[in-house]
Design a protein around this ligand. Structure first.
Ligand code: AMP
Length: 510
């Protein structure tokens, strides 16, 4: 069984149905998509690529990205989709680590040749067109069969500490994620649309799988990126969009809806479901999003090691303001998704009492096979069948998980644990604060001091004194930032995560 069969199945059942759109324009029906991917697979195999070999994808979002991805699977190969914002040197390290010989790129992302690749194919060029050119009998090209436990997607972690690690995601992992989506996240009907506003190399692209299972349409916005005005117009033109977005992207969509004076009903014409995750969504921000755009949000928590499958905070949870514990639930990441179990333990793997903070562990068929060529890291991450996520959190009696922070972001000041997220949640309710990131700074007396980097709303100028008074009203004295640094923007990676390591380095350098 291989993920390629999902495409073959749609192509046999409904060859004429629209599958990939480039903006509003049809790029491929399911039949055309399958024919191109199948022929690409045949040519990759004819060129000598062997089942299990890795093939790099280093490109901006593009309709052919999906055709190449399924062609790679059709040929029994392993896709290595990497973050388009990486430096070529970082990508060359990945190429060497995974031993990829072939790579598909777009030239905006990879303008020059990447060391280590034997063949580097521009997805927009003639060579890619020739490789994808279908033949009448293309569907007769057999899918190279794979075991469900074979790797399909090698997902390199962002590597904020040390070198990135290649997470081996198997066909089973991704099938599990795909089928679970309909139960836990959102039902999908034929003809629904998923829009790739966020990079296909990450969570947004992983959601191509359930949408192909359901025979939905896949649209790559013409800009190739996130433009709120474009998405609003696109949804109106082709039908309400579903998309995966980091909290920062949700914030931009909400700002745009406010600027245009759109009502929740207007937003419903453009957006069916916005799944968010990948970084903390603060209570103040999701409340505003729900108020402005209506009940079209679902939160997921996962990580590359258990892609998109950890917990879910459903549409009903988010909308259920009558529930007595609604406020706590809004601050949580919801309950375990159907395919997995979630526990919170101490460092020895022993469950902590309900409400106490510990490390989040996840077990189930979505959990990776391990890290590529890194048995030590695999043994540290997966113990007794449980994935140690490195995230800290607590469970309540109903099974709702509230994340604190990654263990490395915890601040210890004067012997007390301070979770930056709590301080951030408090500061975001102060007038004039648009964004905030709290980190620890080395201090001879206290071990660490709490420092807040604050981005103000346009036209607002919150002062240190006002923010300090606000904290005194909301959180324990010892958690208050000792220092505020006002900045125009927070450093973020391509997937919308605030780079706290970079903030800590700034403090250390100063
Ligand atoms: P990645 O492997 O790049 O997808 O990053 C996964 C990490 O992002 C997790 O281990 C969490 O620290 C964080 N994360 C993912 N989803 C959420 C969420 N819903 N809320 C807060 N943090 C999240």
């Amino acid at each position: 069984m291989s993920l390629a069969h999902l495409l073959l199945r749609q192509a046999r059942q409904r060859p004429e149905s629209p599958a990939i759109l480039n903006g509003e324009a049809l790029h491929a029906t399911h039949g055309e998509w399958a024919a191109r991917s199948a022929r690409l697979a045949q040519r990759l195999r004819a060129a000598g690529l062997q089942p299990g070999e890795r093939v790099l994808l280093f490109a901006r979002n593009h309709p052919r990205y999906l055709e190449a991805l399924w062609g790679i699977w059709w040929a029994g190969l392993v896709a290595v989709p990497v973050n388009a914002k990486l430096h070529p040197r970082e990508v060359e390290w990945i190429v060497a680590n995974c031993g990829a010989r072939w790579g598909f790129v777009t030239t905006d992302v990879a303008p020059g040749p990447l060391a280590g690749l034997e063949r580097q194919i521009d997805l927009e060029g003639d060579e890619a067109a020739a490789l994808l050119a279908p033949a009448a009998d293309a569907l007769a090209v057999p899918v190279t069969e794979r075991d469900l436990g074979d790797t399909a997607w090698l997902f390199y972690t962002s590597g904020t500490t040390g070198r990135p690690k290649g997470v081996m995601l198997t066909h089973r992992n991704l099938m599990t994620m795909g089928t679970g989506y309909f139960v836990d996240v959102d039902p999908v009907a034929r003809g629904d649309v998923i829009a790739y506003a966020a990079p296909i190399s990450h969570g947004a692209g992983i959601y191509a799988i359930p949408h192909l299972m359901a025979g939905a349409r896949h649209v790559v916005p013409a800009s190739g990126g996130v433009d709120p005005a474009e998405l609003v117009a696109l949804g109106r033109a082709i039908g309400p969009l579903s998309l995966f977005a980091a909290p920062t992207i949700v914030g931009r969509l909400v700002d745009h809806a406010v600027a245009l004076g759109l009502s929740p009903d207007d937003c419903a014409q453009s957006f069916k479901t916005i799944v968010y995750g990948g970084a903390p969504m603060y209570v103040a921000d999701i409340q505003r999003a729900l108020q402005v755009m209506g009940p079209r949000f679902v939160q997921i928590y996962g990580q590359g090691e258990t892609p998109m499958v950890g917990t879910v905070l459903t549409r009903a949870d988010l909308a259920g303001s009558a529930h007595p514990r609604h406020a706590q639930r809004l601050a949580s990441v919801g309950v375990a998704q159907t395919p997995v179990r979630v526990r919170v333990t101490d460092s020895q793997g022993v469950d902590v009492p309900l409400g106490d903070v510990g490390e989040v562990l996840i077990q189930g068929d979505s959990v990776m096979a391990g890290y590529w060529a890194n048995p030590d890291a695999t043994a540290a991450a997966i113990q007794n069948g449980w994935l140690f996520t490195g995230d800290m959190g607590s469970l309540d009696a109903d099974g709702y998980l509230t994340l604190k922070d990654r263990s490395k972001d915890l601040i210890i000041s004067g012997g007390s644990n301070i979770y930056p997220r709590e301080v951030e949640e408090a500061l975001l309710t102060a007038a004039g604060v648009a964004e905030v990131a709290v980190v620890g700074e080395a201090d001879a007396q206290w071990g660490e001091n709490v420092v807040a980097f604050v981005v103000a709303h346009a036209g607002a100028a919150p002062t240190e004194a006002v923010l300090d008074a606000h904290c005194l009203d909301h959180i324990a004295r010892f958690k208050r930032p000792k220092r505020y640094i006002f900045v125009s923007a927070l450093p973020k990676n391509n997937y919308g995560k605030v780079l706290k390591t970079e903030l800590r380095e700034r403090l250390a350098d100063a």
